[in-house]
Design a protein around this ligand. Structure first.
Ligand SMILES: [Zn+2]
Length: 168
């Protein structure tokens, strides 16, 4: 992973994604009936998108793309955090990420936090069902705590890796 070409996102500059980098394979390959209800998270597919709310009893049932990613354990976004500053502010930084992702999911059911794990070097790694959530979370941390933010993605792949580090 360390050999991947990461790009630096300077403070105050958003992570730049190419406009054509937009095609989630979990979305593009499927056509759902309307309405369809996700049995896992309760999101409802109607008027062409997955959203919150109640589904009528006759709704079809099918996992939404986010819950399918959870079932497959196949994240679309990673956010890795490390450095001495993280050790000292772990709780509040994790709280910031959970807060942000909770808010996002309320508005956009497909943007979900999948999990958070401790890495071997004492860092944290968050995984997300949506790459844009990894971007927002990384940018929110840099905006709150400065530090270094960099990122990696390939045009051919719907996957964004973001790293944040602050050493003092
Ligand atoms: Zn779902």
């Amino acid at each position: 992973m360390s050999t991947m070409p990461y790009r630096r996102a300077p403070q105050g500059h958003p992570i730049r994604l190419l406009p054509e980098w937009q095609h989630d394979p979990y979305h593009a390959r499927r056509k759902w009936a309307e309405p369809t209800r996700c049995p896992d998270c309760g999101a409802v597919f109607r008027r062409g998108r997955w959203q919150g709310g109640l589904a009528p009893a006759e709704a079809a049932e099918h996992r939404c793309p986010a819950c399918q990613r959870l079932a497959d354990r196949n994240p679309a976004g990673y956010l890795g955090l490390r450095g001495a500053f993280l050790q000292a502010h772990r709780r509040e930084i994790e709280h910031l990420v959970r807060n942000l992702t909770g808010r996002e999911q309320t508005e956009h059911p497909l943007k979900q936090l999948m999990g958070v794990e401790e890495t071997s070097e004492g860092g944290l790694e968050f995984t997300f069902t949506d790459p844009h959530l990894a971007r927002s979370a990384g940018e929110a941390i840099q905006s709150a705590y400065a530090g270094e933010l960099d990122y990696h993605y390939q045009d051919s792949e719907y996957l964004l890796r973001v790293r944040w580090q602050r050493d003092h």
